[in-house]
Design a protein around this ligand. Sequence first.
Ligand code: S3P
Length: 436
Amino acid sequence: MEFRLLPGGTVTGEARVPGDKSMSHRSIMLGALAEGTTRVTGFLEGEDALATLGAFRAMGVEIERHGAGEVVVHGVGLHGLKPPSQALDLGNAGTGMRLMAGLLAGQPFDAELTGDASLCSRPMGRVITPLESMGAKIDASEGGRPPLRIHGGRQLQGIHYDLPMASAQVKSCVLLAGLYAQGRTSVTEPAPTRDHTERMLRGFGYQVSNHDGVIGLEGGGRLLACNIDVPGDISSAAFFLVAASIAPGSDLLLNHVGINPTRIGVLNILREMGADITLKNQREVGGEPVADIRVRYAPLHGIEIPEDQVPLAIDEFPALFIAAACAEGRTVLRGAEELRVKESDRIAAMAEGLTTLGIANEILPDGIIIDGGTLGGGEIRTFMDHRIAMAFAIAALRAQGEILVHDCDHVATSFPGFDALARGLGLQISVQREEA
Ligand code: S3P
């Protein structure tokens, strides 16, 4: 599938983006391991979260889907999972694989985790190392890549782990393995990362402490079912925050978006670039802060992106690079080497597309320099990465010519219905089948 975009347009109206991907994965995992019935609303019915849902069904958990983001999970308790009869396929989802590696390390049975070509090229050594020091046994392919074969029946021991990189997936993996470990498991992180696992564990009645940045829990407790209302994903909202910011005349309201402080780097960075963003109706829903976000067109200027914002905006850089391309002056990003091991090498992939559109940029080992300018049209490669596809779709709002974005199928992993929503808000986007 490819996106064809006519240049120009204005972004106006009101919308709700699909549910948060990180929370949707976690709602299934914790709901499955809880005692009792967990009702989830706002669940992201994208391929990634559905792969996690499928994996738990394959381990004997009854999960009902009622449509429109409503899911009912009949929890089996921490020790109620059944051995899967075949490999668990997590598709494109790094979160699914890394968090489940932690949970499965503590089970009495063996399990294999696999995924698509992109996921099978991503590093898993970052979770294998701490899990092995807890006593897990995991076989991986060359270079610590999936498939992962996780050997069950091993009593895990609690550890303290200093995360070498700011990764919520690694933090969550260790904490979830800690549920099955003897004693205390704790982590420290080089910079704060999204804390949905900690918040949701508490929502399920599990004590998680955070003393001066040491995040810990005791093994051997219980999870008690609860109801979860998943807010809109700020990572999906980000494309429209940038879209409205760069397209003159735009005025957009995005309703019910999660604004967890560990996720709002995109708001902070855009505001520093001059964006006109206001938060309305701020409230707390199920332990997570939520707001309606209004964004109006404003001329942007280039900035040096503060490094402390990088982990708080880690998934939003493809969209932010388009903002930088439309800004006046130079934007510099450093300290973002993690972007190289996402669904694609997002620095290389974005640099290639920006160059195609005539935007001067320089790749750094840990970031990029982008000089704002005039965007032309052209054909874009996405490297099968959903966020690269959506970023170049919104770029068309300021392009001089048509943009053709190849390989857009993976958009469905995080943002089903992106093209329809974008069209409704003013993008001139059409979808066509790619010729073989
Ligand atoms: C996620 C953590 C981040 C993020 C990913 C979702 C999570 O990955 O990029 O999209 O749900 O924990 P890292 O842990 O690799 O930074």
